[in-house]
Design a protein around this ligand. Structure first.
Ligand SMILES: [Zn+2]
Length: 194
């Protein structure tokens, strides 16, 4: 538990400094100033505000394992635009992602092993709860995520959606044209049949 206490102490110390610094964030509106939302991976090496040159109040940042367009991520994006006025969404995946090149079966295995190590044994069927995160083909996963967001019935055609990859080694962000193309609004009543 000593380690836990240290984490807590550090956290509170850092927060003391954070709260003491002169800042105007309190006065900011809830609506992101740049009308921007970023969906990205929870990877600890990514700092979305810094890699995108943003400050508090500028953008929504929605994170999960892989930066995947899960139902939960999409419903946050829906609110982001419809309630809080964002008009541009970036889906940002990255190199060296733990989920890249993995299959659902790989992820299940790793989760199971991690749980076992921690003394928790679960029935294999329960491990399907982590399906859908793996990216056996990372390039395709980005295109699929952008498309899934675009095709969602609660996503307005007025929102711009693009796909990007952040290179963890260089820090460079590169737009992926196939993904951005998948984010363009559907022309005409294509979705009528669905
Ligand atoms: Zn990742």
């Amino acid at each position: 538990m000593a380690r836990h206490a240290t984490t807590r102490e550090r956290l509170l110390e850092a927060n003391e400094r954070y709260a003491a610094r002169p800042r105007s964030a309190r006065a900011l509106p809830a609506e992101p100033a740049r009308q921007l939302a970023i969906l990205t991976c929870m990877d600890a090496r990514l700092d979305p505000l810094r890699f995108a040159g943003l400050r508090e109040g500028d953008a929504h940042v929605i994170r999960n394992a892989g930066g995947r367009a899960s139902d939960d991520a999409i419903r946050s994006l829906v609110l982001s635009a419809a309630v809080l006025g964002t008009r541009e969404w970036l889906v940002v995946h990255h190199t060296r992602c733990v989920l890249a090149g993995a299959t659902d079966a790989d992820v299940r295995r790793r989760v199971r092993a991690g749980l076992r190590e921690a003394g928790t044994h679960v029935a294999p069927a329960r491990l399907h709860g982590v399906d859908g995160l793996a990216m056996p083909d990372p390039a395709q996963a980005l295109v699929d995520d952008v498309r899934r967001i675009r095709e969602h019935p609660l996503v307005s055609a007025a929102v711009e959606i693009s796909g990007w990859v952040l290179d963890v080694a260089s820090g460079r962000l590169a737009e992926v044209p196939e993904a951005t193309a998948a984010g363009r609004p559907l022309a005409g009543p294509v979705g009528a049949a669905g």
